[in-house]
Design a protein around this ligand. Structure first.
Ligand SMILES: [Zn+2]
Length: 325
């Protein structure tokens, strides 16, 4: 079974330490997050994860995008929409995705080569790649203050405009070598999102992709599950470790060819689950969903954990998958 992560990894800024780095800082070319990205990639590869992320080390899922998108502003932990939302000239994440591919490939040759293997939703047995991660249009808009250009009642228009921005970003990540694209839409389980607009937005994001499209929605899904099942994506990624209701929702459900990203590690607690515990949950999932439809990953991003806990959780997760074969 394919293993992956949802995205973020615990990260810190690293001040320059060597003379070379200090000179780079003086010249304005020092990247204080490069080391965090390197640590995230190294640990995911060493833990045996098949499709890794760049660790999303440069900020929160909203901040990462809000800082760069024309029409948005980000200050003091808050994002605002202050003008017409327009596509970004340069990709936001492509450069970090390429860095992650290079680092992964230097540890385990084969990463770079097979990054584009998962084409047409046919998952090879041994796939090594980096996924391109995008914060969903609905989540971006609903977590930002509307100031100016769009009125409150124009939210749907803001979401559609945001989808066009993310469509370009998805293509840029595809061109950078992404194994597949994952769109994070945690707001879809909150009950405040308009699922019809969210689905239209997702269709726009995936319009011209040649690689599979996944959507991650964490939280309790009871009230939205059947609508979310219809979203135009190849993979639906949910949490099952920190949520006991979600698994029962999958019983006797026709997935219509979609795969399930099976979150089997609780990312809200530093307590590391035992391999037995994870293995048991995956087995339950296999009984309900079927092994061939599952991709194994943690419940959500691991940004809020400490590194030791994140690393051990990933190791136990891949070990539990090994027990199955
Ligand atoms: Zn999540």
């Amino acid at each position: 079974m394919l293993t992956t992560v949802v995205g973020s990894f615990p990260a810190n800024k690293h001040p320059p330490s060597s003379w070379g780095q200090k000179i780079s800082e003086f010249l304005g070319s020092y990247d204080p997050y490069y080391r965090a990205l390197e640590i995230a990639v190294q640990n995911q590869v060493k833990a045996g994860v098949n499709v890794i992320s760049d660790g999303q080390v440069r900020g929160s899922m909203v901040e990462l995008f809000a800082r760069s998108i024309p029409g948005m502003e980000y200050a003091d932990g808050t994002s605002s929409i202050t003008g017409k939302i327009l596509p970004v000239n340069n990709s936001i994440g492509a450069s970090d995705l390429k860095k992650a591919l290079n680092i992964a490939n230097s540890i385990e040759p084969g990463f770079k080569k097979s990054a584009n293997v998962i084409i047409g939703n046919e998952f090879a047995k041994e796939v090594y790649g980096v996924k391109g991660i995008i914060t969903g249009p609905t989540t971006m808009v609903l977590s930002s203050r509307m100031e100016g250009f769009y009125r409150q009642e124009d939210r749907s228009q803001a979401i559609i405009d945001m989808a066009r921005v993310m469509k370009k970003e998805a293509q840029d990540l595809q061109n950078a070598g992404a194994a597949y694209i994952q769109v994070d839409e945690p707001f879809l389980s909150t009950g405040i999102a308009d699922l019809k607009t969210a689905s239209q937005a997702m269709k726009i994001v995936g319009e011209e992709l040649r690689i599979p499209l996944a959507m991650h929605v964490c939280g309790e899904l009871s009230n939205v599950f059947f609508e979310i099942l219809k979203f135009p994506v190849d993979i639906l990624d949910f949490e099952f470790a920190g949520n006991h209701t979600n698994l029962s929702l999958l019983e006797n459900v026709d997935l219509g060819g979609k795969k399930i990203g099976f979150g089997c590690i609780d990312t809200k607690t530093v307590k590391v689950e035992s391999v037995e515990e994870i293995h048991k949950l995956i087995n339950k999932g296999m009984d309900i969903v079927g092994k061939e439809k599952m991709i194994i990953d943690p419940d959500c991003g691991m940004r809020m954990l400490n590194q030791e806990s994140a690393i051990q959780k990933l190791k136990n997760m891949t070990e539990a998958v090994k027990w199955l074969s």
